[in-house]
Design a protein around this ligand. Structure first.
Ligand SMILES: Nc1nc2c(ncn2[C@@H]2O[C@H](COP(=O)(O)OP(=O)(O)OP(=O)(O)O)[C@@H](O)[C@H]2O)c(=O)[nH]1
Ligand SMILES: [Mg+2]
Length: 197
């Protein structure tokens, strides 16, 4: 069985998980590294349809080496099938933005991915930080402490005050975490390296 790196893209609904995941998948594909994408969007149009159509591509064409799965079957089954049948160097997972990401950890642990083998990239939308703090404190409390890297994205459209407040909120729940402010459409080489390491 191969031993891929696992990156979890967490963050509330609309924070930018899919956008960032696709950039990372594209980068990996350019580096000739195979990756598998698992998106938890049961009953919705997933990554392969909506986003790819928007970009005018089919996922297989863009990311030559990728396998696209949805969680139509359970994450457990998907992970086991993937690990048994495919050689991949990375597994990129986007859980639902409405769910507490800690719920995934037991399943991933059963597949050999203990927390220290998981890279949790938590994405925060600074343009909605005020709303998040006001009405979604339980989500922040659950999601932020799990982050290995906290991304503040949409810096191209957020104000300095929103970015500052996002940093404060992240620090409040996860004082030691690395924070990366990004514009997903203009990722730098350093940011890509930080995301993939
Ligand atoms: N300007 C700007 N827009 C961004 C950035 N990142 C994401 N977006 C936009 O934010 C919106 C939501 O992005 P998605 O990637 O779909 O977010 P998501 O977290 O996958 O959303 P759900 O799967 O619905 O929870 C889209 O319209 C993106 O184009 C960014 O860095 N800058
Ligand atoms: Mg998404």
């Amino acid at each position: 069985m191969n031993n891929p790196k696992l990156i979890l893209f967490t963050g509330f609904l609309g924070s930018g998980k899919t956008s960032l995941l696709l950039k990372i998948a594209k980068e990996l594909s350019q580096q000739q590294k195979r990756c598998a994408i698992i998106v938890n969007e049961v009953g919705e149009i997933g990554i392969d349809n909506l986003q790819m159509k928007k970009m005018g591509y089919d996922v297989w064409e863009i990311f030559g080496g990728c396998i696209c799965c949805t969680l139509a079957i359970s994450l457990d089954d998907t992970m086991h099938q993937l690990l048994e049948q495919y050689e991949t160097e990375y597994i990129l997972i986007e859980p639902s933005g409405a769910a507490d990401p800690s719920a995934l950890y037991p399943t991933l642990a059963r597949c050999g991915f203990t927390p220290e083998k998981i890279k949790n990239v938590m994405i925060m939308d600074p343009t909605r930080v005020e709303m998040l703090v006001e009405v979604l404190e339980p989500y922040l409390e659950a999601a932020i402490p799990l982050a290995d890297l906290a991304v503040i994205n949409k810096i191209d459209v957020a104000t300095a005050a929103e970015i500052e407040q996002s940093e404060q909120v992240i620090r409040q729940y996860n004082p030691g975490v690395s924070i990366a402010p990004i514009n997903v459409n203009e990722l730098t080489e350093n940011q890509l390296q930080e995301l993939l390491k």
